[in-house]
Ligand binder design. Sequence first.
Ligand code: FA5
Length: 354
Amino acid sequence: MDLDQLVQTLERLALDAEAALAAAHDAAALEAARVQFAGARSGQLKTLQKEVGTLPADSKRAGYVKFNEVKDRIQAALDAAAARVESGADAAIPAGLDPTLPGVRRRLGHVHPITQTIEHLKQIMARLGFEVVEGPEVEDTWHNFVALNIPEDHPARDPLDNFFLACAGKLADDKGAAARTPAIDPTAPDARLMRSQTSTVQIRVMEKSAPPVRIISLGRVYRPDPPDQTHFPMFHQMEGLWIDRSVTMAQLKSVLRMFATNYLGADVSIRFRPSFFPFTEPSVEADFSWKGKWIEFGGAGMVDPNVLRAVGYDPEEVTGFAFGLGVERLCMGRHRIEDIRDLFRNDVRFLEQF
Ligand code: FA5
């Protein structure tokens, strides 16, 4: 080996030793590196020291200068590694992890704020004795309107205020251009639509079960409302229904009050404004005030006798109350979200705050 080759070999040895010692995180790894690079008998440094001794006389001095520099570097790396291992600073670093690599920011997935709200609401209502039930999102006019005492000429049934679906049977009967743009008859008994309210589930439950009934149902509803700060064409509602021998308006108000204080805390105020829904009489709109702001969170009332009759209940025997609350509005109130559209933009910078 001539002087140039020896200098290069010594330099590579220094770099290898420094890397190995930086990665040694316990006493065993440190000792193995010491023996490999600086071992007194067969360490790589010792072997190269012998090579320096074989250089021609005029290169020997330069060879020893480089050798001593590398020897000092390896000793310094050994001392630093020994101090680090002794201090226990590396104890928490798992095997295989190289802490000298640049960090990686891991985005952990988590539950969407609306799903979190739905779970929270279910827990509160379960404590108040309400059972959770489900209903379909594609509905017929009977469950969305007729059984809910919404007459044919009511504005809520306007095709422009609902997402009606083209019915498969109609498509098959139509010909030519008509088949591509089938006429929708919203008064047809088999007309289908995306449900515009979860009140449909009241009807489905009462059709199937005898009183008493005490349920909630949470899910998506659809309305062609132009999106703005507080409206979205797809949103969620929580429907509640309690039917028994003598359920009163006072109980409705207590349940909504208990719900609001459970959801937001004892410092919430709740107010009821007279309102109108075809399926409840009397009807109210409920608002809560929290941290200085009034927020409308839903409609409610005593179930109209016509609705009880439509499902085969006797209004002389049973009474009940129902309510329908906007889940997004509740979530926005609690988390002080200013714009409902933020909940649907899927911007992780917004979502990861919840
Ligand atoms: C209803 O939907 C009735 N079914 C509620 C009801 C049930 C009354 C049972 C009586 C008995 P309303 O259309 O007001 O009522 O909607 C209820 C709540 O849904 C509103 O208070 C509001 O919080 C929310 N909401 C309504 N439209 C939208 C929308 N486009 N985007 C977001 N939330 C909405």
